[in-house]
Design a binder for this molecule. Sequence first.
Ligand code: 3H9
Length: 686
Amino acid sequence: MTIKIEHRGEIAVVTVDNPPVNALSQVVRQGLLEAAKALDADPSVKAIVLTCAGRTFIAGADVGEFGKPPMPPQLPDLVSRIERAAKPWVAAIHGSALGGGFEVALGCRFRVAVPSASVGLPEVRLGIVPGAGGTVRLPRLAGVESAVDMVTTGTPLGARKAHVAGLIHSLIEDDLVTGAVSFARSILDRPLPDALCDRPVAVPPVGFWEAAERTVSARAKREEAPLKALACVRRAAETDFAAAIAFERETFLTLRGSAQAAALRHVFFAERAATRPPELAGLTPCMIRSAAVIGGGTMGAGIAAALRDAGLPVILVERDDGAIERGLANVRAIFDGAAKRGRISADVAAERMAGITATTDYAALADVDLTIEAVFEDLDVKRDVFARLADNCREDAILATNTSYLDPARIAERIRRPERFLGLHFFSPAHVMKLLEIVPTKATAPEVLATGFSLARMLNKIPVRAGICDGFIGNRILKITRAQAERLLLSGATPTAVDAAMRAFGLPMGPFEAQDLGGLDIAAFQRKAARARGEACFAPIADRLCAIERYGQKSGGGWYDYEPGDRTPRPSEAVAAVIAEEAQGSPRRDWDEDAIADCILWPMVNEGARILADGIALRPSDVDLVKIHGYGFPRWRGGPMHHAEAHGLDAVVETLRGLAGEGLAEPPCDRLLEAARRGGFSEVRR
Ligand code: 3H9
């Protein structure tokens, strides 16, 4: 039974049981509406406790229903019915009361919660605004400032803070339902507070809305929902309850059908599917209770910090005492930075650091469950590390490499029990970036692969399985992006125009600014290695810039010039001269922002399709997650594959054919053509 009613004396306990997260699907709405009516009519009931079975309170509307025609009863009507019930409802919250779940709780006259619970209105993260009175009731309860903050960021509030802010009436330390029933009894002979719909909204100070609009629009960049959510709260403050509810509902319904909401829903489900790939269902991952990181450079230090953030004790291995000092300093800088920014306290920073032991002695790794190698990208150096790991670690310890370009299978060639080996490709800075490419070799045992996914969950990262090829999924596409960016320069665009177009598309920075920030030397080093393997690499201008030691910001100039101590990119005459020389004889054309974006994006999608055809990525949504979480592709565009589908694959194919005709891109690959014929990548199953 989805809705269960039980009587504890004069208190009725209504339990929602709709796994996994008690989403408000039609049957839940219907059941709650009927319960509200029945309990109003039952003279033995004086108050109602609303609680949920399983891991959480109601986590929101059923997002899976958003693409379908709405089915009655509507959530706003249910919330009003509970709010106007003849007897007081008490929401008893554990886990998360989110979105529609929190809106139901706001319809209840009282809210109690366990201290570990959280409440919030995360709708903007799905490209929508609350649609059942959240933006209208919350300012009446919490004040306009708090409501604006919660509604426009979507960030939930922990129960303790929510209690202080007056959103929760009481914290229940012991059994939630027992505590909630006692609470309900305690309010029976007291006058009831006004329902939220009957309360006024306190007027904010002069200039508040203008300041909020500036803050929200700067943060939202080109996302539509946060500013619309702000407009809803403003309407709640400036009109009566019914008019504000109508405005919110209209905004919700319009946004629900928007391209951004569709993209964000796609990402929402892709992220959840990524953590539990169906092909690994039923496998038991190995326990990870301790870890070691080999190499304390930027990557190694970031990985060590991520492991410590997840509570694992970490051994950091380096070559000598000097390298140990530098490695520890790198990790310390991460925790000190987090403490400075207020993300963690100084005590927590010290505790994280105390959990790291540094050594040069591989014998110290005799009992670790997991080792992650993050040393120099050189096959022999890495093989040497793994030979030592194999000699010193337990037979069942998992041995992982963080290589970004080398073939993990070749790194593992000589180790004993290669089934415990896999690639775990972190992105820099590893303690921040959400993406983890998990790269099994043919020998990797299924349980070891499954452990990669469970580790990602421990580290709060998005795992994506990648096959072995140059650059795996992400860097293979990055190579195409960079080549396209250079093709644009050779045919008449400037670095400034290309970067501006990609920022206008929604990327945090353009391809040339990004290279200047990261350093051109890293890619040059990789091209050198690739050419030594006999592979062709297209980077005529970047090669010339590296030859004159223009490596980016670190050398005072790269694609742009920089003034000392200033990171503002300035167009460079030296670079313009190199481009002009390299472009001699190439046909030139005019480029506007859209054409530039097409020339970069559609070849990325074409490569994504090839990656699928090669089995390097298993799902188009995996390619999307890689670009969003590893490379800053705008989440509200849904990733390149979703974006291409939403744009129309026929149009993508046509543009690619045009670019290929001008020598500016590869023609569409078979997989892309097939997807275009079938109307989407997901339809193409092998
Ligand atoms: C809304 O409420 C609009 C209203 O204002 C207006 C209406 C008129 N729907 O994350 P997990 C599934 S908008 C459907 O791994 P956790 C999820 O796909 C909504 N399904 O668990 C997964 O399925 P599977 C506002 C949902 O314990 C499974 O549940 N609410 C929904 O790590 C487990 O998910 C939100 O945005 C949903 N709403 O975290 C809250 N939510 O097992 C979104 C989850 O088949 N949800 N699923 O892969 C969350 O933030 C987390 O799920 C939560 C639990 C924190 C609750």
